[in-house]
Design a protein around this ligand. Structure first.
Ligand code: TRP
Length: 388
């Protein structure tokens, strides 16, 4: 039985069927063969891949084989600053940081205030601006390397993006964009053009350094429509098609859908204080029985439990301990109360460390990452366009 769900880069509704997405998006599952190749490159299978949280891809196999032949790739990811960040939002960044560290590779992070401004027609420019800075601070608090991490803020750095974006836009027809994104006659033309802005960083890395022959985009799977079009036109502009590795969305604490910004109770925000975390976890949807007696008798169901999912996604690295929790729950040896209390403790601990790191990140710190304080590409990009 398939519950209905819908997923676009801007909104997710219902319970996502990830297997079905693979078919409808035309992407590939990361299978055992690819996992062996990943192990060859990384010396291990990254936890988030082993647990099938980053679970599908486009051309990752090709990219890794090329890598083994000495051809390096850079990473590109991003964030749309529509509000404060929650745990689900930082999951792809945690994964990206792992990739960057393991391969000592260049990373481009795109901040898209323009996207959120055109999508949320009631958002004021000052709000989007403030979230951009706040979100950058949350992202940098994860500890990205300032040497080879470049932040592009679409508004501040439009001069870097525009020449590439306009050459992308010239190759994308309205009928393609409408088919891929589901645009309607009511869609504003800002959002229609915006896709070209999100495509640009998939090529801009080649102007920063000729060390890199390819681009890999780690992102949540809801971003895939952007990459389908970007890949379509890459060849026409003389660039390699960017490869992708797609992540699942951290489940909502309320049982259906991903953590959503519109429903604050369903997510843990990085700014939530200890009491709020405790209350949210206390009220989370579990796979437990209604009473302790029944729980002991029949056991719980970790498969549908959002508390268990939090351990699985972020808060239990140790596979053996995770399995133990699973089995104990099934056997009724552990009650939801204990499981929730321990999870709250771990989340509170994570958040307090996160906030301590975030406090140190001021304007001066951020400047070290901004693309315009690191490189000047304008001439190169313009020249590239003139040659075409
Ligand atoms: N559209 C993304 C969002 O709404 C932001 C984004 C821009 C992005 N470029 C990206 C996300 C590259 C992942 C990878 O959050």
């Amino acid at each position: 039985m398939n519950e209905e769900f819908s997923i676009t880069p801007w909104e997710v509704k219902g319970k996502i069927d990830y297997e079905r997405l693979v078919k409808s998006f035309g992407v590939k599952i990361i299978d055992d063969n690819l996992k062996s190749l990943i192990k060859k490159v990384f010396g291990e299978i990254p936890k988030l891949i082993a647990r099938n949280i980053f679970y599908s891809h486009r051309d990752l196999d090709i990219l890794l084989n090329e890598y083994l032949n000495g051809k390096k790739f850079y990473l590109y990811t991003g964030r749309g600053p529509s509000g404060p960040m929650h745990l689900g939002h930082i999951l792809p960044f945690i994964f990206t940081k792992y990739l960057q560290e393991k391969l000592s590779t260049m990373l481009i992070i795109q901040m898209t205030p323009d996207e959120k401004y055109v999508y949320h027609e009631d958002m004021r420019p000052s709000e989007v601006y403030n979230y951009t800075i706040d979100n950058i601070r949350d992202i940098l608090a994860l500890g990205f390397n300032s040497q080879n991490t470049y932040i592009i803020d679409d508004i501040r750095n439009i001069n870097f993006l525009y020449p590439l974006a306009i050459s992308v836009a010239r190759k994308v027809t309205f009928s393609t964009a409408r088919a891929v994104f589901g645009f309607t006659p009511e869609t504003n033309i800002g959002l229609i053009f915006y896709m070209a802005i999100q495509a640009a960083p998939a090529f801009i890395g080649y102007f920063i350094s000729d060390e890199y022959k390819y681009c890999l985009i780690p992102a949540a799977i809801d971003q895939d429509p952007y990459w389908r079009i970007t890949r379509d036109i890459a060849g026409k502009l003389g660039f390699p098609k960017p490869a992708q590795i797609h992540g699942k969305l951290l489940p909502s604490l309320k049982a259906t859908g991903k953590m959503s910004t519109s429903e604050p109770e369903s997510a843990i925000y990085l700014s939530d204080d200890d009491d709020i975390v405790k209350t949210k976890i206390l009220n989370a949807f579990t796979g437990g029985q209604p009473t302790a007696r029944e729980q002991r008798l029949y056991g719980g169901n970790p498969e549908i439990c959002t508390v268990y999912m939090y351990y699985y996604y972020l808060f239990e690295e140790d596979d053996r301990k995770l399995m133990e929790r699973y089995t104990k729950c099934k056997n009724g040896e552990i009650l939801c109360g204990e499981c929730k209390e321990e999870l709250s403790r771990r989340i509170i601990n994570f958040l307090s460390q996160h906030r301590r790191r975030k406090e140190k990140i001021d304007d001066e710190y951020i400047e070290k990452y901004m693309i315009d304080s690191k490189v000047n590409l304008e001439d190169q990009i313009k020249k590239y366009l003139l040659l075409r």
